[in-house]
Design a binder for this molecule. Sequence first.
Ligand SMILES: NC(=O)c1ccc[n+]([C@@H]2O[C@H](COP(=O)([O-])OP(=O)(O)OC[C@H]3O[C@@H](n4cnc5c(N)ncnc54)[C@H](O)[C@@H]3O)[C@@H](O)[C@H]2O)c1
Length: 267
Amino acid sequence: MTAKATYQFAGKTILITGGAGDIGKATAHRFAANGAGVVLLDLNEAKMADVAEELKEYNVPVATFSCDVTAADDVAKAFSGAVQQLGQIHYVFNNAGYQGVFAKTDEYPEDDFQKVININVVGVFHVLKAAAQHLRDAGGGAIVNTASYAGVVSPPNMLAYGASKFAVIGMTQTAAKDLAPYGIRVNSLSPALIGPGFMWTRQTELQAAVGSQYFDANPKVVEQQMIDSVPMRRLGSLEEVANGVAFLMSEEASYITGFNLEITGGQ
Ligand SMILES: NC(=O)c1ccc[n+]([C@@H]2O[C@H](COP(=O)([O-])OP(=O)(O)OC[C@H]3O[C@@H](n4cnc5c(N)ncnc54)[C@H](O)[C@@H]3O)[C@@H](O)[C@H]2O)c1
């Protein structure tokens, strides 16, 4: 994968959580292609090492940290390690997330509800707080939190995920107000139906398996049902999501904060 360069981020550094996943990796390529140093944080060390290896083609500084965003100590250690290795961080892409199981509300499992909230809300809070402290002390910067279109219009069978992403959009709005005096912009991103990728495959298979009135029992038919709900009649690409992150972090967005950018093909 080689990303095109448009916005210029030379001399800047971006920290990306969920950096081993599909959207994190595409965004790492986008920023590295535009000259930024990249710090990856993820639970999945093997996949993160693969992404770091791929980024060598751009000749920018890259660091990786094994980090569970649900543990505040892990997040603090990763931030201080990142600063030691790469110096000041300018952008934080708060992106690690978990989709949860797919189940009707009357059957949604308690333990998974807690897990989704822990990763997508408490984890996002830990990273947001650490980013706010670092960027405040550094004199400013930009944060993008990955929400989802499920945080705008919640889909069936995704009770915890929808709730968690509504929370991400809410935290973005408060943080944007709190951090504006420090020169820190905070925005969120709400993709929907992005693929190919792990979450796309997983959601079509699991929506089919639930056996609800909303989707067919065949995942291939579910794919088509979902694409038919998109005015542009296609999936969005990982690169199109990364483009949204680049815009929100860039100087071109210098008066934009507290905004939720929907990347949905018109849904
Ligand atoms: N792909 C989509 O269609 C889509 C649509 C809307 C929103 N999103 C959101 O985008 C973000 C990235 O999703 P993706 O599609 O790249 O999925 P992905 O599963 O490929 O990547 C998610 C990454 O987060 C990491 N992660 C999970 N829990 C973690 C934890 N506790 N600490 C650290 N890392 C952890 C995983 O190891 C994984 O590498 C998520 O927040 C997701 O909810 C994705």
